[in-house]
Write a protein that binds this ligand. Structure first.
Ligand code: ATP
Length: 429
């Protein structure tokens, strides 16, 4: 029996993954089949609270070799590779809806719960991770497999819950999430920064742990949610060791999740027209000089398949902006990022410089071909004029630029990466 939930927390309180631990605790005599799943959906959904994550568990009568995947309030959590029987759907719904009623932040959320013996069609996940879908679409997919739903307020969370349930992993990673004691929620977190800085080296299958450039850990949230920290990686076993290597305040509970984080599954690679609120891979030609706008964001225009779009390296991506600034008209690049509605810009998540064009930069205003005096600019892009004799000239004096940029992949620092973005380390680069 699959159980999935979403949209239970507010921007300042709770977390859907904490609800997952409460659901596991409420299962009593039922066993977990496989680890719980944390499924990130379209990061461009305008009404998401934070990382657009939904959760899904499978419960049943466990068979085969069990694995320890967590601890909740002093009790070890195990999961089994398969199930020998399905529990009663009504009973599972009863237990789960009670948990949902208890923890949902109803002033600022639209909780949805889905229970089903069969998973909805995986096409639902593929659409929900990359596009905007409707609640009707999600309900229809649940209805087709005979599932049931429970909702509070508008129940928009049913979209995320049903989509998470329909995820059939092609690529997957893991995250061990640790949680704080209830009386510590909202207070500063006490986690050894030094231990976090060593994870990359000690546990090479993990990723996005520490920003060695700024000296900041990326695994500790800055919100008032119950999470203490979360370590991500490709090996479930190594993640559990990595979590044990970090000295911190008391970990009240922890749990291993299978996730679609770091898989790039939100990226639409085949497109004919670019629609806002989705993320794309665009191979194109830089169509103008990069410029910095108020706020410190660097923008450049990219032409591809008859469309032109402004690409933005936002201020929080810090030194990554240097890469965008070093581009020149004519350069060929591959850009992956989210297309925002207003302003209509592609927020760069990762970029590959494919080919550098020869570049010439202005070094001076031209001299007048008639009287030899230095000419003055008429205005941006309007050429030059001699103040003495009125002669006009279009171009300034330029010289060939030695390019600092090299072809290859570039990604933003760890702290400003998207949950779903595949780090270059996972791409074997
Ligand atoms: P948290 O990360 O703290 O769990 P969140 O960022 O996941 O919060 P939610 O409060 O769950 O944010 O809000 C996301 C809402 O968007 C949910 O109601 C979910 O059902 C819905 N949603 C998710 N994906 C899509 C999609 N592709 N199209 C439309 N709605 C979506």
């Amino acid at each position: 029996m699959y159980v999935a939930a979403d949209d239970t927390d507010s921007s300042t309180w709770m977390c859907t993954t904490f609800l997952a631990t409460e659901l596991v605790a409420a299962m009593g005599d039922l066993d977990l089949i496989g680890p719980p799943r944390l499924v990130r959906l379209n990061p461009a959904v305008p009404w998401k609270t934070r990382g657009n994550g939904a959760i899904c568990l499978r419960v049943g009568r466990g068979a085969g070799l069990r694995r320890s995947i967590g601890r909740i309030g002093g009790r070890e959590v195990f999961c089994y590779p398969r199930s020998t029987g399905e529990p009663d759907a009504g009973e599972v719904m009863e237990r789960c809806s009670r948990v949902m009623d208890k923890w949902s932040q109803l002033d600022d959320s639209d909780p949805g719960l889905v229970i089903s013996e069969r998973r909805p069609d995986p096409g639902l996940y593929r659409r929900a991770v990359s596009r905007i879908i409707t609640k009707e679409e999600a309900l229809e997919a649940v209805r087709k497999v005979g599932g049931t739903t429970y909702q509070l307020n508008s129940g928009r969370g049913i979209i995320g819950a049903a989509s998470a349930m329909s995820w059939v992993p092609m690529d997957r990673t893991y995250e061990v999430l640790t949680y704080r004691r209830r009386d510590r929620w909202g207070t500063p977190r006490d986690v050894s920064v030094e231990d976090v800085s060593l994870i990359d080296e000690r546990f090479p299958s993990t990723f996005n742990n520490f920003d060695h450039h700024s000296g900041r850990p990326a695994i500790i949230p800055h919100t008032t949610c119950p999470i203490l920290y979360g370590v991500r990686g490709d090996s479930a076993m190594e993640l559990i060791e990595a979590y044990r290597s970090i000295a911190s305040e008391e970990v009240e509970r922890w749990m291993l999740f299978m996730t679609n984080q770091g898989t790039d599954e939100h990226i639409i690679r085949q497109w004919t027209a670019l629609e806002a609120n989705s993320s794309y891979e665009i191979v194109g030609t830089v169509a103008g000089m990069p410029h910095t706008v108020p706020g410190g964001h660097v923008i450049f225009r990219l032409a591809s398949q008859g469309e032109e779009v402004d690409c933005a390296a936002y201020e929080p991506s810090k030194e990554y902006r240097q890469v965008a600034r070093a581009l020149r008209p004519g350069d060929r690049v591959r850009v992956l990022g989210e297309l925002r509605e207003t302003p209509r810009t592609l927020n760069i998540e990762k970029m590959e410089v494919l080919e550098l064009a020869p570049s010439r930069l202005k070094v001076a205003n031209p001299s007048c071909p008639q009287c030899g005096r230095r000419m003055k600019s008429v205005g941006a892009g309007q050429g030059y004029r001699c103040r003495e004799c009125g002669t006009k000239k279009r171009d300034p004096v330029t010289e060939g630029e030695e390019r600092s940029l090299k072809p290859g992949w570039y990604e933003p620092p760890v702290c400003s990466r998207r949950h779903l973005s595949m780090p270059l380390s996972r791409m074997g680069r």
